[in-house]
Each structure stands twice: as C-alpha cells, then as structure tokens.
Design a binder for this molecule. Structure first.
Ligand code: AHM
Ligand code: MG
Length: 328
C-alpha cells in the first residue's frame, strides 16, 4: 500500500504500473504488460461504446450466449476486442469469457497467466446510454508451462487471484484494479488517450447508507434478506440500483453501501457469475476494506466447480455486510 501512496495523483497508468512492478512478488514484467493489454482493450471498447449510437451498432445480434441470454452487438464487439488484445499481447495462455462456452486457447502456451472476463456487463443498459462495465480476474496458471491451459487454471479459487479489476464506462471512464496491495483508480482522459491516476489507495467507508438490489425480486428473497432490507428502509437509507454491477459496486465502494443479489425463484443459485463477476469484485472489496459473502462464507473462499457457475452476492461496507449476516 505504501508503494501506491508514493505515486502522485496524475501519473499515467503505464507509469504507475511500472512503479509498482517491484511490489509484485514474482515480478518479471509479464503481469505489468498484461495489465497494460487490458487497459488498451478497455480504451478500444470505450471508443466503441461512445460511438455506439452513431454507427448503428446497438441492438440485438440475433444469437444467444452461454447462459441463453440475447447478446447485444456491443457484447460481441467487446468480447472480440478483448480476446484479440489478450492474444496479441502474448502474456495469457487461456481466457474464459461470459460470452464463450469453453476455454479460449490463445496459443501462447509459454505464458504464465490466465484471465476470466466479463467483457461487457450490464447488458440491459447497453442500448440506453446507461453505465456499463468490464470485469477481469487474473490467475497464475497451475498447469505446466508450455502446455495448453486447463480448467484447473480457472478453478483455483478467488483467494488465488493475482490481480482483479474493472472498467466502468460511466459519466467518465475509470479503470480500478488491485494486485493484492491496495486498490487504485485511473480516470480516462480522452484528449490524451491515457488512464490517469485519480483515486490512489481507495478505502471504502466502514459503514454506509446506500442499499442496492432489484426490488422486483423482493418476494422471492430469503427472510434474513427481507428483514435486513426492512431495516434499511426504517433507517431511511438511500435505495440506488442501476442494474449494472460495476456501476452499482463502484458507487457503493466510494460512498459506502451494500449491493445484494440473493437467490431468487428465477435464479435459485443467484444470478451473478462466480469467476468473472463475484471473485474480482470481492478481491477489490476486501482490498479496499469492504466485505463480500455468499451468505455462508467469504466469496473468495467459495470453491468453484465450473466455469460459468453462479453465486449469491452480498458485497459492500463491512458494518452493513456484518449486520446482514447477523440476521441469518
Ligand atoms: P449480465 O452479465 O447479463 O449483464 O447480467 C449481470 C447484471 C449485473 O450487471 C447487474 O447487477 C445484474 O445483472 C442486474 O440484474 P437484474 O436485472 O436482474 O436486476
Ligand atoms: Mg455479466
């Protein structure tokens, strides 16, 4: 964390990554390069999103993704852009994506890292100019170097992530990431084409007054969740829900709040995906002093069994998550 504080606000992401490279326990520059590749993909996707309305790129693509949901053109575009950036960057041997059924083998079998991504999250908001995001999670592979990556590389568990982050395409675009040494945020400066350090060493408030969930699902929540939400209303907390996980999470991280996606009758195991939604945000939350649980245990301790597994998620200010858990 000291390393993060030492870098002045206003430096570029590249310079920041270089400065912090020594803080990685096994730094040889590859993870740094990988983070830069992700930032580049983020810039490209940001450009596509910004001109989406102009080039008639919004709207359905006519195909379904792994989870059987209608894909948006921008989801597809983001997926392609990301995969291409990671393949060309050369630091990643395998990728899993919300938009792809199986592991994507990049062919870079000498590379040490695998990445799990949700290239464009918040699909219901893509067409309507509301904030959307990219989420990523990075592991050091456990399969032998030189061979194809395997499913075990991706199912190591959240505590094994070496880095995690997101890009929020909001009223401004911000990239937030952690390598397990605190959390930093970089706002995109369009005129320079650079991410600039704007949020050094993010610390989330210990308590908060915002609660975020889909009210339409209220009746199918378990009783402890409903009880907690009634309590939030009694305390006149602010209800804030975009329906874009990255946006809802980012707001609560900075301002103090809790985000809930409990099991529902439609999604009895929860809706959000463990590997590329819950794990990366849980790592960032914990690194910023907040908490993340699935209702039973720390999200980061959940043992993953499959690539597109779902999980309930309760994430945010420490006090709020504790209060919720005490009602079980
Ligand atoms: P997606 O991956 O299809 O975009 O779904 C994930 C999104 C999250 O961004 C958001 O928090 C949640 O789904 C909203 O779900 P709901 O519309 O059921 O409230
Ligand atoms: Mg998603």
């Amino acid at each position: 964390i000291d390393q993060h504080i030492a870098v002045p606000v206003g430096v570029t992401l590249d310079r920041y990554i270089m400065h912090n490279q020594n803080a990685f326990s096994f730094a040889t520059g590859e993870l740094s390069q990988l983070l830069r590749d992700i930032a580049l993909a983020g810039k490209i996707i940001n450009r596509e999103i910004n001109r989406a309305g102009l080039i008639d790129i919004t709207g359905g693509f006519g195909t379904n993704n792994v989870q059987g949901e209608a894909q948006q053109k921008l989801d597809v575009v983001a997926n392609i852009r990301f995969i291409r950036a990671l393949i060309n960057g050369g630091e990643v041997c395998g990728i899993i994506s919300e938009e792809e059924d199986d592991i994507i083998h990049t062919g870079n079998n000498q590379s040490k890292y695998v990445v799990a991504i949700d290239p464009l999250d918040g699909s219901s908001n893509i067409d309507v100019n509301v904030s959307i995001g990219t989420i990523f999670s990075i592991y050091r592979r456990v399969s032998p170097l030189g061979e194809k990556p395997t499913i075990e590389d991706f199912l190591q568990g959240g505590d094994k992530q070496v880095a995690a982050g997101y890009i929020l395409y909001g009223s401004s675009t911000i990239l937030v990431y952690t390598t397990g040494n605190g959390v930093a945020g970089f706002t995109y400066d369009f005129s320079l084409g650079e991410f600039i350090l704007s949020h050094a060493n993010i610390r989330s408030p210990q308590d908060g007054k915002i609660f975020s969930y889909n009210e339409g699902n209220y009746n199918s929540y378990e009783s402890f969740v409903r009880e907690y939400l009634i309590e939030c209303r009694k305390r006149s907390y602010s209800a804030r829900y975009i329906g874009s996980l990255v946006g809802d999470f980012h707001r609560n991280l900075l301002k103090g709040g809790i985000y809930l996606y409990p099991p529902t009758s439609k999604d009895p195991k929860g809706k959000l995906r463990l590997l590329y939604e819950c794990f990366p945000l849980a790592m960032i939350a914990e690194q910023a002093g907040a908490k993340a649980t699935n209702g039973f245990q720390r999200i980061l301790e959940v043992e993953p069994e499959s690539l597109h597994q779902r999980a309930p998620l309760y994430i945010g200010a420490e006090t709020m998550v504790n209060e919720l858990m005490n009602l079980i």
